[in-house]
Write a protein that binds this ligand. Structure first.
Ligand code: OAD
Length: 242
């Protein structure tokens, strides 16, 4: 074990408040495709053709078919050792850890994380475009087009699309956690989508020890205290091991 790795373990164990940000890379070893990179999820589509309010308004069937395909794919995936290590770290922190995720797959909660801050929503939740009602919906396949049980309006995925704002309360929780953290972990994210990408900088400016876990270089390089190069499912269990 390198001295750097040992230092990270000690800093994490000593921190009274820890903030964690995860991205698609944390679910990669579960079989959920990431967004960018060679096997990226956009499946030949451009993001702005599918994950935008304009795309949904123009062709809701096409957008729903894409989400239905992703829901089926995610339903077949299970949490991996990275999700499990973060849930273990949270239990050990006894209320001192906030897990913030950009992922919409729900795998952190399935691994036992108590109350993840889901910045970009959740693929298993739907929202009525007419009355705004939120509901959990785990049907795979989902009827296309799905309708609201209360008012009959068209449902949409409860996901933050490009061009939409994050929910204020959700963002506030994430910002608060990073501003008050003594240690922060940034795992499996390419660091190009804001405001999520700005959270590490908030923690750094407030004096936190910031660690990145990623097998590839990212824009975080040089702006964090330590980068542990490797897959989340291999690095995190070792970090958390007693
Ligand atoms: P990206 O697909 O942009 O980046 C995935 C990152 O995970 C890359 O930096 C990879 O190097 C890294 N990675 C790959 N395999 C890994 C592994 N086994 N362990 C650790 N890291 C690994 O995904 P995000 O940064 O999450 O937004 O993308 C941010 C947002 O862009 C998403 O939330 C999504 C997308 O548009 C919405 O859906 C609103």
């Amino acid at each position: 074990m390198t001295a750097e790795f040992e230092q990270v373990r000690e800093r994490l164990a000593a921190a009274r408040r820890v903030a964690v940000l995860t991205g698609a890379g944390v679910s990669a070893e579960s079989g959920v495709p990431t967004f960018r990179g060679p096997d990226g999820l956009w499946r030949g589509f451009r993001a702005e053709e599918l994950a935008t309010p304009e795309a949904f308004a123009a062709d809701p069937k096409r957008v729903w078919e894409w989400y239905d395909w992703r829901r089926g794919l995610i339903a077949a995936c299970r949490p991996n050792p990275a999700h499990e290590a973060l849930a273990a770290l949270e239990r050990r922190a006894g209320g001192g850890l906030t897990l913030v995720t950009q992922n919409v797959d729900g795998l952190h909660a399935r691994a036992g994380s108590g109350d993840p801050v889901e910045l970009h929503g959740n693929i298993w939740r739907v929202r009525c475009t007419a009355c705004g009602r939120l509901a959990e919906d785990r049907r795979v396949p989902i009827p296309i087009l799905p309708r609201c049980g209360a008012c009959g309006g068209l449902l949409r995925p409860h996901i933050v699309w490009f061009g939409e704002s994050l929910e204020a309360a959700v963002l506030e929780r994430a910002v608060g956690a990073f501003e008050s953290a003594e240690a922060a972990l940034i795992v499996g994210t390419s660091g190009v989508v804001h405001p999520a990408a700005s959270l590490a900088g908030l923690a750094k400016r407030a004096g936190a020890f910031v660690v990145e876990v990623n097998p590839e270089p990212t824009p975080y390089g040089g702006r964090v205290d330590v980068t542990l190069e490797g897959k989340a499912g291999e690095v995190l269990p070792r970090l958390v091991a007693a």
